[in-house]
Design a protein around this ligand. Structure first.
Ligand code: PMP
Length: 369
């Protein structure tokens, strides 16, 4: 049995449920009792075909995907989608609308510009992407509207977007399966696996079949969504192990009660941590309170000189992965699905105790003068 010895707040790859790790380890030794490892079997075997089928069914069920959509398992991470989606859907004479709301949307914009025009409908760059822009218009003639639903680095999350008739394409890498979404609002959703889905290696794409009819450009086979759909994501060798562990993880999520249950738990975890950040005089949150992410909580210390000390203090209590992204600094605590609320309590207690120790030191210093 896997015993959790650390409270893993890493931003991705990140914590996975202990049960999933145990089952994955068993399958590495002997997959389904067939006398072979999951790492050794062909992707063309009936055993693996049933893994593909179950993973696809779980995605459909957990996200409540309506008819008329295909579920694809790709490689190259979410970063490959930045160029692939533009290659497929942005044509030279068209413009695509992009919301510039963080580091990863900037990267998506840079890649799209290789294939056509980009209309940045709004940006939050002016304040270091600490909020989600509101009150913008999406041009009616845009090829598509692209946004990032959760900004993993900056710690902001988008809960609504303006109504539009333009196809909506969303990078949901860091909040997919963490909250309910209405899939019918989107024509393409993509997400790297390594947060709430499973280990790195697989990229999920949920795409409306009618969008695939709009591809005009000649696209290399490995970048053509239709090839993946027509071959059941088995055009070439898929990331077998990553898909298998994603299946185990989605089974775990289903057993827990699905996305609405985990959403309730995720809200409780986020409230707990943000409450402490707002209460504790040593810390402050980085994201605008209206746009705070439930998945990635970014915060700093009022006295930056104490940050390393706090990291060491927390590490001594088993808290890992809370150092902020290098361009942002401070701390980032990721509260993905598999992180139990008890781990958030440990972090909150660390902050609390650090504050108390700080007060004691201050008191001792003031008494000694
Ligand atoms: N988009 C978002 C929102 C992300 O968080 C990440 C990675 N953390 C990416 C895109 C890039 O994903 P990948 O590393 O799988 O290419």
């Amino acid at each position: 049995m896997t015993t959790i010895i650390k409270h893993n707040f890493g931003a991705g790859p990140c914590i996975l449920p202990a049960k999933v790790l145990d089952e994955a380890a068993d399958a590495v030794r002997n997959f389904n009792g067939i006398g072979l490892s999951i790492l050794e079997i062909s992707h063309r075997t009936p055993e693996f075909e049933s893994v593909m089928k179950e993973t696809e069914d779980l995605v459909k069920e957990l996200l409540e995907v309506p008819d008329g959509y295909s579920i694809l398992f790709l490689q190259g991470g979410a970063s490959t989608q930045f160029s692939m989606l533009a290659m497929n859907f942005l044509h030279q004479d068209k413009k695509a609308a992009y919301l510039d709301c963080g580091y990863f949307s900037q990267k998506a914009i840079k890649e799209a510009l290789l294939f056509g025009g980009v209309d940045i409908v709004a940006s939050s760059k002016d304040k270091g992407y600490n909020y989600i822009p509101l009150g913008y218009e999406i041009p009616e003639d845009a090829a598509y509207f692209h946004y990032t639903s959760n900004n993993t680095i900056e710690g902001t999350e988008m809960f609504s977007f303006p109504p539009t008739t333009v196809p909506v394409i969303c990078d949901m890498s860091s909040d997919i399966f963490s909250r309910r979404v209405n899939v019918a609002d989107f024509e393409l959703i993509y997400a790297g696996a390594q947060k709430n889905m499973g280990p790195a290696g697989m990229t999920l794409v949920v795409v409306k079949d009618s969008l695939l009819e709009k591809i005009q450009r000649q696209v290399p086979s490995m970048s053509d969504y239709r090839i993946y759909r027509d071959n059941g994501s088995l055009f070439n060798t898929p990331p077998v192990f990553s898909i298998y562990v994603a299946m185990l993880n989605l089974r775990w999520l289903k057993e827990k009660g699905g996305v609405s249950q985990i959403e309730t738990e995720n809200i409780a975890k986020a409230i707990l941590l943000y409450h402490e950040i707002d209460r504790n005089p040593l810390f402050y949150g980085l994201a605008d309170p209206d746009h705070r992410s439930r998945m990635n909580v970014t915060f700093k210390m009022k006295n930056p000189a104490q940050e390393q000390e706090f990291l060491d203090f927390a590490a001594a209590r088993g808290v890992v992965g809370v150092k902020g992204y290098r361009s942002v600094g401070g701390f980032r605590a990721s509260l993905y699905n598999a992180l139990p609320i008890s781990s958030v309590e440990v972090l909150v207690n660390c902050m609390n105790d650090f504050e108390k120790e700080n007060k004691e030191i201050e008191l001792a210093q003031s008494e000694s003068v």
